[in-house]
Design a protein around this ligand. Structure first.
Ligand code: PHE
Ligand code: FE
Length: 259
């Protein structure tokens, strides 16, 4: 349940899952995507993510039911998935996160959209994002992100905070004793990029550097030229804890790196 004031502000974007309306073809699409990704991700995704998939009982049999997911998330971290129609405005999006609500779509792509989507669907939102919301440290990061995002909007630093979201939550990589692994949802839900981001010699893989991230523009229609790598979710959380106000002031007049 959203707090009443947030519900009021968001009501034009809210939707319901309507689970019974999914067709056998929809469930099959989910199953195909799930199987293909699991094959790729079992050696490439970080362990925290794989643990989350298991904790949430996500499987190839059928599209997940948000009621079941929410019952598990409530117990693990207090997060809740809230169904929305599509993109919501950035300030509303951050306010959702600050309240431990993850806005997610309920529709699933058609066969001709297997590889690339203009807008997120349930495979991106649930398979990509939701598993890590069952991890306490990552869940705290997302909540802090929501609060920080609301603050960034007020400070006119929307570009900077969106770049941080992009290069961590969507396209982040993490160093482990078994090599570099994926934690970003944009990668996890893309078969091409989940192989490319870990295996290819082409992209840069740099240690996460907040100033550099905030100065780096991104493309939404091709694989990333640069990935930023964290050492642990604790490190990510600690690094982003300080007040960003001075950092926003510092980077605002500096040039951006265009990729
Ligand atoms: N520490 C940030 C600030 O003061 C907030 C934030 C935390 C932003 C975590 C992103 C992620 O603005
Ligand atoms: Fe996403």
């Amino acid at each position: 349940m959203l707090p009443a004031d947030l519900h009021e502000k968001a009501k034009n974007f809210l939707d319901e899952q309507n689970y019974a309306a999914y067709t056998p073809g929809d469930h099959e699409m989910w199953g195909m995507l799930f199987k293909k990704q699991m094959e790729i991700l079992k050696t490439r995704a970080c362990q925290e993510y794989l643990d989350g998939l298991e904790a949430l009982n996500l499987n190839e049999e059928r599209i997940p039911d948000y009621e079941e997911i929410n019952a598990i998330l409530a117990e693990k971290t207090g997060w809740e998935v809230v169904v929305v129609r599509g993109f919501i405005s950035p300030d509303l999006f951050f306010e959702f996160l600050a309240n431990k609500k993850f806005p997610a779509t309920a529709w699933i792509r058609k066969p001709e959209e297997m590889e690339y989507l203009e807008e997120p669907d349930i495979f991106h939102d649930v398979f990509g994002h939701v598993p890590l919301l069952s991890n306490p440290i990552f869940a705290d990061y997302m909540e802090a992100f929501g609060k920080g995002g609301m603050k960034a909007v007020k400070l006119n630093a929307l570009d900077q905070i969106q770049r941080l979201y992009w290069f961590t939550v969507e396209f982040g990589l993490i160093n482990t004793p078994n090599g570099i692994k994926i934690y970003g949802a944009g990668i996890l839900s893309s078969s091409g990029e989940s192989i490319y981001s870990v295996d290819s010699a082409i992209p840069h893989r740099l240690s996460l550097d907040l100033e550099r991230v905030m100065r780096t523009t991104y493309r939404i229609d091709e694989f990333q030229k640069t990935y930023f790598v964290i050492d642990s979710f604790e490190q990510l959380f600690d690094m982003t804890k300080p007040d960003f106000t001075p950092l926003y002031k510092k980077v605002a007049p500096l040039s951006t790196v265009h990729w």
